[in-house]
Design a binder for this molecule. Structure first.
Ligand code: AHM
Ligand code: MG
Length: 335
């Protein structure tokens, strides 16, 4: 009877984290608890996004955030959900959010050992059209003796303990990685309300002829950027040019690139001389995911993204990330 052939040995996110924790003798379970709070905020955000049009949550909130972007109602709600989840976990000492000008310190969370940086809803200009958006997160562990300061997070991405993102698309996809670890993908099963391991040990294809960039910005690009992207439109070794795919949500464009290979870029240009995307909660966490999946991520000077130290929490950078060979090609144009 085929109906009995369902997989009953399911690896939920909770099981995955518990098994990972068991591998580390010194682990206290705090990270597992912190992540439990994180996944709750992902599930909640996914729920609100799905229901947004029904419960009048589309459109603007009537305010703008620190970086001058207009805030959507869902930006505000997701940010609040995130803050409360982190506060109530008791394990988060401080939080950086794209939607908050200053660091939020949770002084009541005594003994909290983690700092979280996040963009609660990245790509929110896509929200009202029902196009995929996502949450990006980066987690630092506080150094011994610190109760949590700005200096604990203004560090190169090589110092990150963990990072990842959740994409809210046709289904919700959570991708996480730990420093020096593999990349694992989970799919939210809305029936049981759990993230299920569906993409263990994700590896990026070494090369793929797909590029993802806002080509409307080419008016502002420097010559090297123009030359590189022009080259992709010429006939390649197989006689065909690259394909172009640009959703306009970093999480969705990065997720596709992770699965199919290719390159995603948001270069700096004369309009955004320092790039558009933020180092702490957009570039660095994505770079950790891509490196751990066998890809690469560099800034506009072709420096390894994970070695860039932000001076301020909302600092930006140009970024190129993707398949190993595709980033090698970019480097050859920027030499
Ligand atoms: P946001 O954090 O304000 O949503 O902006 C970040 C988004 C990224 O998801 C996406 O890659 C990029 O901005 C798209 O920008 P553009 O519309 O300039 O192409
Ligand atoms: Mg963003």
């Amino acid at each position: 009877d085929d109906s009995l052939k369902v997989n009953t040995n399911i690896i939920t996110l909770t099981r995955f984290l518990t098994e990972e924790q068991a591998k580390h003798k010194e682990a206290t379970g705090d990270f597992t608890l912190l992540f439990h709070a994180l996944q709750f905020s992902f599930k909640s955000i996914a729920y609100y996004i799905r229901r947004a049009t029904l419960v009048n949550l589309t459109g603007l909130a009537g305010s703008s955030n620190t970086t001058g972007d207009e805030q959507k109602k869902l930006d505000v709600i997701s940010n609040d959900l995130f803050i409360e989840a982190m506060r109530s976990s008791g394990k988060c000492a401080l939080l950086v959010s794209e939607e908050e000008e200053e660091i939020i310190f949770f002084n009541d969370s005594e003994g909290a050992r983690y700092a979280v940086s996040c963009d609660p809803i990245d790509g929110s200009s896509n929200l009202d059209a029902g196009v995929s958006v996502g949450t990006i997160f980066a987690i630092h562990k506080l150094p011994d003796g610190s109760n949590g300061t700005k200096e604990d997070i203004l560090k190169p991405g090589t110092e990150l303990l963990a990072a990842g993102f959740t994409m809210y698309g046709a289904s919700s996809q959570l991708v996480i990685t730990m420093k020096g670890g593999t990349v694992n993908g989970f799919t939210l099963d809305t029936g049981v309300g759990e993230f299920i391991l569906t993409h263990p040990d994700m590896r990026l294809p070494k090369a793929r002829a797909i590029y993802s960039v806002n080509e409307g910005n080419s008016l502002y690009w420097d010559q090297r950027t123009i030359n590189y992207f022009n080259s992709l439109k010429q006939s390649q070794a197989n006689g065909k040019p690259y394909s172009s795919r640009y959703i306009g949500s970093m999480v969705a464009d990065a997720y596709r690139t992770l699965l199919y290979g290719g390159i995603f870029a948001y270069p700096s240009d004369t309009k955004s001389p320092k790039g558009k995307l933020r180092i702490l909660y957009e570039c660095a966490p994505m770079a950790l995911v891509f490196e751990n999946a066998g890809g690469q991520a560099v800034d506009n000077n072709m420096k390894r993204m994970l070695e860039i130290t932000p001076e301020h929490i909302h600092d930006r950078s140009g970024i190129f990330l993707g398949s190993w060979d595709e980033i090698e090609k970019v480097k050859s144009f920027f030499k």
